[in-house]
Design a protein around this ligand. Structure first.
Ligand SMILES: *Cc1c(COP(=O)(O)O)cnc(C)c1O
Length: 427
């Protein structure tokens, strides 16, 4: 696969990233090495000064990881990318690459529970504040939340766990008209179903732990930069990218690296200092997962559609939310941003109280109760008693999570077996 031809996403899933040389290994090698050898001390010095490209220590970068990051970057239509040790680390890096103590960002209120804790509790302790806006906020409402020290707008393209759909263009316009980038978490739809950069997003983050790996085998994350945001045009807001970095003898990332500035800074500064590198072994497994991403995502979506339609017809079911159902408030947004499918996650609630949800889950057999989501095996979770249990009822309500909400991650088993398991538990 030559790099300069434009291949379809299906082909990039299989062959993107690693390009073997003549006689080289066809499958991506695991560079299981902490360090890399050079012939001269001078060359090593140039690497340390970022004057030359190369590997020297796996805490910063590793060739296995970079091949997988390149594949995800191609899938997203981005300019450059890095893998991180987890989705949490990817979100942290996206924020810390743009914000420091005293800065502020604006965030959609419908986000993953782990991201909520990171942003609202831990980043706050570090002096970075945020304002939540509703996921269906208008451009004016988002703009109103933006202050002189606001450095970015953040949102999830399909929210976890509420599976709401973001109006990406509205958030992008609000960010850009205020001279700041839009960062989106595209974990649930994956680039197979949605490519946010085409709709105006500047930075895309992933928890690769979910569909990209797809087998519940490895925790990981990725940050993809579109290369499109003009940091220099808003240099006063982004001194970390545009002004000299004292830890590199006064090098300024935008001046030295142009469109690569964002990812070079994330690697050379944040990865160096915070050491959130993905292990090359995990990157190898992630790459194997992505080889079948296009096939799996299609089956996840077909099965989820069937499950959502089935649940909607059951008398014991109070409500179902899946943007593939015409009854969903997000049906039109999904048609626009992800016409080929959304994801395999469906949310619903049973008639009765919280305990009925727990009783139902305990009766399932094929569908297992796990914290995880978005892998090949069907699983279920009750956010109010599991992932979001740190939130009180008021915070849950603010994040749009009903106490009876169950998050069903529909796998790629035979849909008849999945439906039968649900039918048995409903009885
Ligand atoms: C799981 C998840 C995360 C966190 O990712 P980890 O890999 O578990 O650290 C972030 N965002 C979304 C949307 C997720 O689903």
């Amino acid at each position: 696969m030559t790099e300069n031809k434009k291949f379809s996403l299906n082909t990039i899933c299989v062959q993107g990233g690693w390009q073997p040389k003549n006689g080289g290994p066809r499958q991506l090698p695991i560079y299981q090495s902490t360090t890399f050898k050079y012939d001269s001390s001078e060359q090593m010095a140039r690497l340390f000064d970022l004057q030359e490209n190369g590997y020297f220590y796996t805490r910063l970068s590793n060739p296995t990881n970079d091949a997988v990051a390149a594949k995800i970057c191609q899938l997203e239509g981005g300019h450059a990318a890095i893998l991180t040790s987890s989705g949490q680390a990817a979100n942290l890096f996206a924020i810390l690459n743009l914000c420091q103590a005293g800065d502020h960002f604006v965030c959609s209120n419908a986000i993953y529970g782990g991201t909520y804790n990171l942003f609202a509790v831990t980043l706050k302790k570090l002096g970075i504040e945020l304002t939540f806006v509703p996921i269906n906020a208008t451009e004016a409402e988002i703009s109103q939340a933006i202050r002189p020290n606001t450095k970015l707008v953040f949102a999830e393209t399909v929210t976890n766990p509420t599976v709401e759909i973001l109006d990406i263009e509205v958030f992008a316009r609000a960010a850009h008209s205020n001279g700041i980038p839009l960062v989106v978490d595209n974990t649930f739809p994956t680039p197979i179903n949605c490519r946010p950069i085409e709709w105006g997003a500047d930075i895309v983050v992933h928890s690769t732990t979910k569909y990209l790996d797809g087998h519940a085998a490895t925790v990981g994350g990725c940050v993809v930069d579109s290369g499109r945001f003009d940091w220099e045009a808003h240099a006063d807001k982004f001194p970390g990218l545009t002004e000299p970095d004292p830890s590199y003898h006064g090098l300024a990332y935008t001046k030295a690296f142009g469109k690569d500035a964002f990812i070079v800074k994330a690697t050379a500064q944040l990865m160096r200092d915070l050491g959130s590198i993905q292990s090359p072994q995990n990157a190898f497994l992630l790459n194997l997962g992505i080889e079948t991403l296009h096939l799996r995502v299609q089956r996840h979506c077909e099965n989820a559609q069937k499950v959502a339609e089935y649940l909607e017809q059951q008398p014991q079911v109070a409500w179902v939310n899946y943007a593939g159902l015409p009854s969903s408030k997000d049906y039109d947004l999904a048609k626009k941003y992800m016409p080929n499918g959304i994801c395999g996650v469906v949310t619903f609630g049973l008639k009765g109280d919280r305990n009925d949800a727990i009783k139902f889950m305990d009766k399932l057999n094929l569908i297992s109760i796990v914290t995880h989501v978005a892998d090949s095996q069907s699983c279920i979770l009750h956010p109010a008693s599991h992932t979001h249990r740190q939130m009180d009822d008021e915070q849950l309500k603010e994040a749009g999570i009903r106490p009876d909400l169950m998050r069903l991650s529909v796998g790629i088993e035979d849909s008849n077996d999945i439906l039968e398991d649900i039918a048995n538990a409903l009885k």
